[in-house]
Design a binder for this molecule. Structure first.
Ligand SMILES: [Fe+2]
Length: 255
């Protein structure tokens, strides 16, 4: 079953030329959602503005989805996305997002975090590499306040992960990054749906979605409340930055 979700995007800019129409994302990961194999089910979901992949979906399946919806595709790599596996289909599947790169698609800023560690059968997971990714992306986003989407294969620690299973535990660095960047959406895979109670969580201003399978996400133009909330948050961040600046200047003066 393709799950559905609608949420207001805090920035009106991407909707300016859309006559109020939502931006539709189709998020996919880990397994091909069987209902999407049927053309009539795809018709019920179309049109899609952008397909976003959160890893571990075969390149054959990814390209089938992209062709079936005739929509652009961006994705991150999961632990099963090995070079060997992808060599076979490099001709018909676009390259994965370079980790920590921020792309701009359909007016949205979207960052990708690929599997941090060695991929494949004898792969490993690396907390240190995840921290490196988190710090790199946080640095890239310094001074930027536009709302964003983060795509990762593994979820942040404590949100949408399986804490009791070492292989399916989220990353601490991602948790820190989520609190730091406050993205509007964080999409991940890796966690089997049966292993988690919920497929969506709200952490402050961030909606975290376990994509595993497929989720249709309609981003709606912001209503007055969302806009007011965004304005208040921007003001708060500005004040915090000014306070930090004053504190740093005072500290430097005392030295
Ligand atoms: Fe995975």
């Amino acid at each position: 079953m393709t799950r559905r979700l609608a949420l207001e995007w805090p920035d009106p800019a991407p909707f300016r030329d859309r006559d109020g129409a939502p931006i539709r994302l189709l998020a996919v990961s880990d397994m091909l959602e069987p209902t999407l194999i049927e053309a009539r089910n795809r018709e019920a979901v179309a049109p899609v503005d952008l397909i976003v992949g959160c890893g571990d979906l075969d390149c054959d399946d990814l390209s089938f989805i992209a062709d079936g919806f005739n929509a652009p595709l961006i994705y991150v790599e999961g632990n099963h996305d090995t070079e060997e596996r992808w060599k076979k289909c490099s001709a018909f599947c676009p390259e994965a997002i370079h980790s920590t790169a921020v792309l701009h698609r359909t007016g949205l800023s979207i960052a990708g975090l690929t599997w941090p560690g060695v991929r494949g059968k004898y792969g490993n997971r690396s907390e240190r590499a995840a921290w490196n990714q988190a710090l790199r992306l946080a640095t890239r986003r310094l001074g930027k306040a536009d709302p964003m989407i983060v795509l990762s294969h593994v979820p942040p620690r404590g949100t949408g992960d399986v804490p009791t299973d070492a292989y399916h535990r989220g990353f601490e660095g991602y948790h820190w990054l989520m609190n730091r960047l406050e993205p509007t959406l964080w999409l991940h895979g890796h966690t089997p749906l049966a292993a988690a109670d919920e497929w969506k969580h709200q952490v402050g201003p961030t909606t975290v979605i376990n994509v595993t399978g497929a989720v249709v996400i309609d981003l709606l133009p912001p209503g007055p409340e969302t806009l007011a909330r965004r304005k208040r948050r921007m003001k708060q961040l500005k004040e915090e930055r000014q306070t930090d600046g004053v504190a740093a200047t005072a500290e430097a003066g005392e030295r």
